[in-house]
Ligand binder design. Sequence first.
Ligand code: 3HC
Length: 702
Amino acid sequence: MSDIKKVNDQISIESVGDVALVCINFPPVNAAGIGVREGLSKAIETLNAEGRVKAIAIYAAGRTFVAGADITEFDKPLMQPSLPETLNTIEASRIPVICVLHGTALGGGLELALAAHGRIALEGTRIGLPEVFLGLLPGAGGTQRLPRLTGMAFALDVALSGRQVYAKEALDQGAIDRIASGDPRDVALSAAQEVVAGTLATRRTCDLDSELDQAAIDGTRAMLKKKQAHLVSPHLIVDAVEQSAGDFDAGLKFESDSFMACLDTPQRAGLIHAFFGERAVSNIAEAKGAPRDIAKIGVIGGGTMGSGIATSCLIAGYTVRLIEVAQEGLDRGMATITKNLEGAVRRSKMSAEARDAALGRLHPALGLDALADVDLVIEAVFEQMEVKKDIFGKLDTICKKGAILASNTSYLDINEIADCTARPGDVIGLHFFSPAHVMRLLEIVQGAKTDADVLATGFALAKKLKKVGVLAQVCDGFIGNRILAHYSKMASYLVLDGASPQEVDTALEEFGFAMGPHKVGDLAGLDIGWMTRKRKAGTRDPRERYAGDLADRICEQGWFGRKTGKGYYLYDDGAAVPPVPNEAVAGFIDAIRAEKGITPKTFSNQEIVDRYMTAMIVEATRVVADGTAKRPVDIDMVFLFGYGFPRFRGGPLHYADTIGAAELVSRIETYAKDDEDYWQVPDLLRKMAADGTSFADLNKEG
Ligand code: 3HC
């Protein structure tokens, strides 16, 4: 006989004979919000006060065990009981408590399990401490209890990598006690009954010792100093894990103080903005319609981009037809895709069997006629409107009714391309970023006539490819490249006006970019920008200060960056680490300054960052104002997932809010004294400064 009592809306107690099953039910991910904490504390206290049962098993309803603390509460005042308090209540329970895990037990969810007296995971369960991705450290005993169960090296690895660990590894490491199969409630019942029968041992984690592993601590500190010096929480994680070798309560206190310190950092705010932003970009009406069915995808073009797109589609399980005009190009494309897939196997992103299956789904063909039966075509040939129009005109007659025709163009007008077909509703822009099988951004470009279900298919495709799809409207460069075109001029102006390319790169790397703009230019190939500047030469606004003098001069030498061994830097066999500045460039800079009568100024690192970031924010504001991007958060995600913007800064417009609209307006007006054509205050920013509003407010308006 069982009887179920609700403690509150999220927690219930089922009594079965001499055991109690405590169920957490707070969809979608059973986050440990205030209701869950209150309910759990009350359930354990009540069961201990009543003394009716001899064992308690906690499990969760729905798709997963507890996915962590409730992240939406972090910006609100703390509501008691806190998670550490609830977990201490569980650990102190006189009646033994077992946790049964399924889905993902992450962060506070894993910490809940660690505070129980035993842990069973269903097959396929993953555990992890992803707080580091949110600028935090495990704050509910994770840094103290996990090392007591597994040793410090594993605890450091899990808490610093944030990775999800499968049940088998968790068992091998001692983080869980057993793997079981079945339904969480049934496993909870039999586990509790086993505890009563004495066939499942229990113990309190806090009673175990954590042995100091000095080598792991020192090695990790040295690695962090080199790779993550600018981040706050990873260093505190190491300190807290080290503390676990001492008194348990003192360790908990250290952990809790460190957690509160992290909560107050802008890094935490930036990373949590990134967490919700990644989900918000597809939380729009355009993404929610019913998508068309896609099984076969045609990719036109076997260059780097087309091959990357084809690889991404193959990894996601689609059948791909790769199209080229000549056998040589087709062979090259096939070789690139094979190499990409090998790389995925090497990086453990896919198994060797999955690679073989993917290659089996790849069908090369010469000419567009092979695309008659595909559900979606993604064109990735070079950026020439006439070529694209010709291809889309042909696709219109070849492809079956209802097939979606997409262009991977990075700046051309999708409407012009759509209008050379008799089915503009089926035409869309799907702008991938190189390397397309690695970079997670996908700009989904809506043409004036794109059908709603075609847009929804773009978002469904992004999800299947594990990419972050962001809606963009048609304009030159869409969201990302349009903003890039504006602020990359600033990097050039800074160099012409006094900074060296290395100073600009260093300042921006210290800000958090993995590479400064000149290193990125060398990596991407300086010839790309050179071609664009030549193409746009006739349409340039004569009042605008030209930014390409230095890059043009470098390209005129045949130096295109890494691939030619020379660019802003010199590359020893193509990839020197770290690259050495190209001394000849300094000579070009002097010559250009002399020709233009520029007296060089000195820029501090902060001034470099301020000018560069303000330029980025100016164009990003215009992109929001004219509706090219739906909301500021869409721009933030474009930059995090497509342009290497430092995640802990949340994105350019989240960062802009940390400066404030009024200060930004004042900066722009100051800079405009030197160059009033480049520096103009966007109307929206001026209005925000006057109203005292922020980009976060615009996000809320939707
Ligand atoms: N708190 C609040 N909301 C959460 C949440 C959390 N911990 N985790 C997920 N959600 C929300 C998401 O925002 C999303 O909301 P939406 O539908 O309104 O957009 C919804 O739950 C579903 O999430 P996903 O779309 O991400 O669902 P998936 O099935 O793809 O992934 C998941 C599930 C793996 C659990 C993933 O959501 C995830 O990684 N969550 C975050 C886990 C995490 O970081 N935990 C640590 C929290 S900090 C902590 O615990 C501090 C502690 O040490 C004190």
